[in-house]
Design a protein around this ligand. Structure first.
Ligand code: HPA
Length: 238
């Protein structure tokens, strides 16, 4: 048990999927895991542990934004021994040629600041995904026939963004999409020598202003969970 996670020692798997929304964690656990058991409900940030194709998996909500994700990822890694952490969530596309429901695999995550900025100070660390997870997720997404983009993303501290000039520069420099958690997940993975990846679905487009219809949200979330699970337990070299 930690300050924010009520699970007993041994109740968290080495592989953890982290959707932002705790109810998404519940849906994914009930839909994809066998014998899913509720292991955390502190602050309503639900977490479940079960098995997928014989592998133990925990699906734990991270909340929205890097400070929230940082609390859960820190405790999962430092107190429960999590070794593979995969964020599954939505993003806003920043490039033309990307469509709603496309998958984005974040090779790296840029930011203005993260909860780790206090450590890095003047150093702009470029937090990377785990290469093996990235290539395995790419294979899994392509095998499902889903249009998939691999590259850098922007982890923002704000959803209601008021810097169109900055977004323009990011688009110009090839940043694929914006979300709010991956950079700190990757920072923590680098610091603690564990594997991390963000598997994202385009839910809205910052240039075309299209948005994912609500009746398609569940299906695309399910696709991401399957990609994340396949990547986590892929034995290939990449
Ligand atoms: N901004 C930040 N996070 C997001 C967005 C966005 O436009 N879309 C989905 N997650």
């Amino acid at each position: 048990m930690t300050i924010h996670i009520g699970a007993a020692a041994g109740e968290i798997a080495e592989t953890v999927l982290m959707p932002g929304d705790p109810y998404r964690a519940k849906w994914a656990a009930e839909t994809f895991l066998t014998d899913a058991k509720l292991v955390n409900e502190v602050r309503g940030m639900l977490g479940f542990t079960g098995t997928w194709q014989g592998h133990r998996v925990t699906i734990q909500g991270s909340g929205m934004g890097m400070p929230s994700l940082s609390i859960y990822a820190n405790e999962l890694i430092r107190d429960y021994g999590a070794k593979t952490l995969i964020r599954v969530g939505s993003c806003g596309a920043m490039q033309e040629g990307m469509a709603i429901r496309d998958v984005v695999l974040a090779m790296s995550a840029s930011s203005i600041a993260t909860p780790s900025s206090g450590i890095f100070r003047e150093f702009n660390f470029a937090p990377p995904a785990d290469f093996g997870l990235l290539t395995a997720a790419h294979r899994a997404a392509r095998a499902k026939g889903i249009a998939t983009h691999v590259g850098t993303i922007y982890s923002s501290d704000v959803f209601y963004d008021e810097r169109p000039d900055l977004n323009e520069q990011m688009t110009r420099h090839g940043v694929l999409a914006v979300e709010m958690e991956a950079a700190e997940l990757y920072n923590l993975a680098a610091r603690h020598k564990v594997r991390a990846l963000a598997v994202l679905t385009v839910s809205d487009h910052l240039i075309t202003h299209e948005a994912l219809p609500s009746d398609q949200r569940e299906k695309s979330f399910g696709d991401m969970i399957e990609i994340a699970l396949a990547a986590a337990f892929d034995g290939g070299e990449g």
